[in-house]
Design a protein around this ligand. Sequence first.
Ligand code: GAL
Length: 435
Amino acid sequence: MRIGSGMMRVGGLVLFVVGLAFGAGAQGTQTGAASWAASTQPRTAARPTAAAAPRSAAIRAVVAATPPMGWNSWNFFAGKVTDKDIRDTADLLVSTGMRDAGYVYVNIDDTWEGARDANGKIQSNEKFPDMKALADYVHSKGLKLGIYSSPGAKTCARFEGSLGHEEQDAATYAEWGIDYLKYDLCSYRTVMQQQAPDDPAAQNKLMREAYEKMHQAIVKTGRPMVYSLCQYGWDSVWEWGPEVGANLWRTTGDISANFDRMSAIGRSQAGLAKFAGPGHWNDPDMLEVGNGKLTLDENRTHMTLWAMLAAPLIAGNNLTEMKPEIAAILMNKEAIAIDQDALGRQGDRVFADGPLEIWAKPLKGGAGHKSAAVAIFNFGETPSEMRKDNLHLKEMGFAGAVTARDVWAGKDLGKITDQYKVTIPKHGVALLVVR
Ligand code: GAL
């Protein structure tokens, strides 16, 4: 029985067709092989429609050809973040090797904002005495600096927002040397409700215009900045994010450092793959790896899910107390390579049998061979031996046996078939690269 786009129920199992809904007349036995083959072709960046499109598309390709990687202050420091925390983090991104692993953006989230001066120019508050000096410091470490604002009058933490000061703020960010802006809807919702009460279509138009306005303001500065939309995935933002200049857009509400929330967010991304690509990415929120009480398996599952989703990898842990096993997860070269793969394709769910889920992500591969990352997740409460579950390689376009490597085990598996079995612990994952 067909139960949704690209998804069918076979007995008690759910089979997903990667990258494409079933065509007209498709029968229940059809696999996703054809759609997988199509999905491994490189795609061009999102269609440019705005007036400044050619220039903004060029900026997008430069700043986010692969999903942005870095660190953001919110998940651990929240409203307490200071200039010192950012400098310490910059130092640690270098000394731990995270910068060289790809984590180059150091993003200050909400609560840096001070009052505006007599000319309306935004000032940083007492926690950030000199933003230009901080940017210089971060840049001197071979890193980039990100900042946060809102199209509303107030940010979510009720600090100064950019409403009515968009061009001025973008110019100030450029003057400071900012490389990344997260623009969070927050109190702009009030403007939308006041200007278009009970009219969702008109409210959506206002929201898009507000995001486009800041995009144009950034373009006008001439400084490349990653443009990150945060409006919690409302109004199918993935359908119009690229048109307002976004390099990434949040697809969900806030993540938190527990397995249920993290895994629910990750799993909810099924079906969004076709909206992501070089320069424009779905953002299921920043990483909680190393935060809260996530176990080692849960942290690996988190990193794996985000890598499979070609999600921005924005760490959110306190680097001053990062444990070696957390560093090993965040800096696993092969997991990062899956996320950052040059093809720029987001993975999707291929198969589910209760808590056992298999996701696949096409990889660039090499001359004459196709390659994919295959993640076998166990979201359940007891270990899974995959007793009656196969890998579903055929749906990924592989005809017979494949050569495989187990990423977290760091082990070549040689040739494996669709009957491959591995025991997956509770809340754990096996991540394979096959070709
Ligand atoms: C939320 C946003 C969080 C964080 C916070 C700051 O709206 O989703 O990621 O930025 O605001 O106040």
